[in-house]
Design a protein around this ligand. Structure first.
Ligand code: ADP
Length: 403
């Protein structure tokens, strides 16, 4: 790395998409952002915005066969703006890797052994780690000389005490198959809990925070003095809150029941619980905007879906209140948490005895800034803090390679 190398490219490789951002860590500025979607289909789409040059978003459609072609296309887009991957200013590439298992609790420079270990984790993250691995291999082929860093979704949760991380099942069986609670969205929970402490004018070590990351996927975490002590997702991102298309918590016997009574296979039940459940399964829509619109029109199914979503959320607030003992802030983040005022209002309604309340006026304000929405008298702060997983990945990557 040269003295002038301050840029980090962040790659989030999904099974059929690649999201990317190029950031300059000298000032935290975003130089370019973009997304390649529908990789492997005829109508793949690339949207690229060169923020550094103030250029307009450029959108192109056409077949992009695989991740390698996708990354090469992204590299060409960046080059067109003088931001190419061959630039000496590029310090590293930071990859979001979903599952780090027990081994990876910190951002890690990727070498052959690390890549092998990420591969070994595929059985516990079959939907995510393979795509992450493809992204890493492709980026390595493009810039073999450049440090590539893996930032794991599970890492922030590795501080969970054993009694929160273990399921109450036979220990030998659990250990033989690495069955335990790992948690996900860790990069977001880390970033948001730290930003919340800053919003309160405190050091992260001084505050206890309940983070509610409510996007299409959703998870809650209890963060004590900057360390995660519990989180709602488990072995996979299926456990916990009601999500866009995932059921969240469910009696495991439902799966045996569906197998025995409905003759469904493991794959069919997997698909049902991950892709056809949650808000979508309950009312046919998984977008909170659409659900609110239907509720305003008097739609009862949408109203019931909303109530189920809120009931689960409230149970986790209560549970993590008890886990933490003292709570300084409850913070909402991600697509639903940052934008859906009715969700925030309903989740906290009736919890005044716990010191929790939302000020209707503050809650209605739309903003991209971290902000408090609780009334001044409230004992516990309620906040909205927009998440920024890419910035967090870039910071962790840069800190590692510039150390
Ligand atoms: P992902 O989990 O895919 O990263 P996001 O964090 O971007 O998702 O959240 C996406 C979800 O946020 C959408 O499915 C929608 O339910 C919700 N959302 C986005 N904007 C709004 C809005 N203005 N009002 C209510 N909900 C919103």
């Amino acid at each position: 790395m040269t003295a002038t190398a301050t840029r980090v490219l962040v790659l989030n490789s999904g099974s059929s998409s690649v999201k990317y951002q190029l950031l300059d860590m000298a000032d935290g500025r975003r130089l370019a952002v973009g997304l390649v979607e529908r990789i492997g289909e005829e109508n793949s789409r690339l949207a690229h915005t060169p923020l550094a040059t103030g250029g307009e978003k450029r959108e192109t459609e056409g077949a992009i066969a695989d991740h390698e072609t996708a990354l090469k296309t992204v590299a060409a887009e960046l080059s067109a703006d003088g931001l190419g991957l061959d630039s000496p200013q590029l310090a590293a590439i930071g990859h979001r890797v979903v599952h780090g298992g027990l081994r990876f609790t910190e951002p890690t420079v990727i070498d052959g052994a690390v890549l092998k270990e990420i591969e070994r984790l595929v059985p516990v993250a079959p939907l995510h780690n393979p795509a992450n691995i493809t992204g890493i291999r492709t980026a390595q082929a493009l810039r073999p000389d450049l440090p590539q860093v893996a930032v794991f979704d599970t890492a922030f949760h590795s501080t969970m005490p054993e009694y929160a991380a273990r399921y109450a099942i036979d220990v030998e069986t659990a250990d033989a198959h690495r069955v335990r609670r790992y948690g996900f969205h860790g990069t977001s929970h880390a970033y948001v809990s730290r930003r919340t402490a800053a919003l309160l004018g405190k050091d992260p070590s001084e505050v206890n925070v309940i983070v509610l990351h409510l996007g299409n996927g959703a998870s809650a975490s209890a963060v004590a003095g900057g360390r995660c002590v519990d989180t709602s997702m488990g072995l996979t991102p299926l456990e916990g809150l009601v999500m866009g298309t995932r059921s969240g918590d469910i009696d495991p016997a439902v799966t045996f029941h569906l197998k025995r009574v409905a003759g469904m296979s493991a794959d069919e039940i997997d698909e049902l619980l991950n892709k056809k459940s949650g808000l979508l399964g309950l009312c046919g829509d998984n977008d909170m905007r659409e659900i609110r619109r239907r509720i305003d029109e008097g739609d009862e199914r949408a109203a019931l879906a909303f109530d189920i979503y809120i009931h689960r959320l409230k149970k986790y607030i209560g549970a993590y209140y008890a886990v933490l003992g003292r709570v300084d802030a409850v913070v909402f983040t991600a697509g639903v948490g940052e934008n859906a005022a009715p969700v925030r209002e309903a989740a906290v309604a009736g919890l005044e005895e716990l010191g929790l309340a939302v000020d209707a006026g503050l809650n209605a304000v739309r903003s991209d800034e971290p902000r408090l929405i609780s009334p001044e008298y409230a004992r516990v702060a309620v906040a909205v803090v927009p998440t920024d997983e890419e910035l967090e990945i870039a910071q962790q990557t840069y800190a590692l390679v510039s150390a």
